[in-house]
Design a protein around this ligand. Sequence first.
Ligand SMILES: Cc1cc2nc3c(=O)[nH]c(=O)nc-3n(C[C@H](O)[C@H](O)[C@H](O)COP(=O)(O)OP(=O)(O)OC[C@H]3O[C@@H](n4cnc5c(N)ncnc54)[C@H](O)[C@@H]3O)c2cc1C
Length: 362
Amino acid sequence: MGASAAYFMAQSGARVTVVERDSIGSHASGFAYGGLIPAHDAGERSTPSSLSELSSQLHARLAGELREATGVDVQYRRKASVMLARNRRDLSDLRPTYDWLRANHRGDVRWLEDVEALQSIDSRLSESLAGGLYADISAEVEPYKLTLALGQAAQKHGAMLRHGVVTGLRIEAGRLRAVIVGREVIPAAAVVVAAGPWSGAAGDWLGLRLPISPLKGQILRLRAPGRPLEYSYWWGSDYATTKPDGLVWAGTTEERAGFDETPTASARDEIMSSATDAFPFLVDAELVRQTACLRPVSSDGEPVIGNAPEIGGVVIATGAGRNGIMLGPGMGRIAAHLALGLDPPINIRNYDPGRFGSSIRN
Ligand SMILES: Cc1cc2nc3c(=O)[nH]c(=O)nc-3n(C[C@H](O)[C@H](O)[C@H](O)COP(=O)(O)OP(=O)(O)OC[C@H]3O[C@@H](n4cnc5c(N)ncnc54)[C@H](O)[C@@H]3O)c2cc1C
């Protein structure tokens, strides 16, 4: 979120400083799965679809732009998704998504009515599955490379990157005057708060309730025998695909574990069990790496993007939860517009940071 906001601001000529406590991409934005699935069903069709559309367009454009600016290939590619139904109930739950896609998506959408139809997509899918849905709606990217390239491209456009912990904001007469980094005070006309799951702290600085919490997720990278998984497979809250590094990435968990980012044996077993239920051949895979990171989740599950209420020059961009890589460029673009005093490129009313109320109690 921060790297993309910095990129768009620096590109338009603003003087930008990125303050990063650790290093760019050292948390969720560097360890996510990188699946880019646009809003695709009835429940997601209202306002989020325009954020999703904006982001999809930007992802497609950024891949070339960032390669040109930095030489980094963010490994953006179109990759179809297959949603798996583990039982008849899952299958009937998928049907409205299929109907919606048939009506609204011009590409290849196929209803896979039973396990034979599913196995025509990949014969290694488990006999125990009930069917599924194939749709060429999605893409993928390598999140670490994307985040890094955004940061580097921002620097090419003149942004400064500095190491430090933001500990407060100086606000006078209802306007941001400076960002406080330990003992240092950096004068600023505007700030974008994009501290991921740690963004809640900014609520205290602003007298704003900002209920953002960490939702831990883990991923296994597996060296699997045989040919790669050609598509991105999704079931329940889990997924698997072969990434450009040649490894099958399988996830994930949704854990309330505070700010703990340590991989655990129980998550490893849970993910492995789910992955081998879907693809029995993965039982012979070798575990190469296990990662864990924290999604920033708001209390109502929606992104938080907009100007802080009643304080000039403070923009908040966080809370994208499981979709932060997908929505990152769109949210960064919106944050950049707001920080530069421009109108946002889409309607962002539903994501208003003021919707949770004030943190000041009378
Ligand atoms: C296992 C897993 C898989 C995922 N897969 C996908 C996926 O397939 N598709 C998708 O769209 N999304 C996915 N996500 C979600 C996505 O990774 C996140 O929503 C997104 O990366 C959040 O980005 P962010 O910039 O808000 O936060 P972060 O990436 O956490 O960045 C916040 C940065 O702020 C810095 N910071 C914090 N506090 C301070 C401070 N006081 N001073 C200075 N710096 C500070 C941190 O060091 C950090 O670098 C996944 C997440 C997980 C955990």
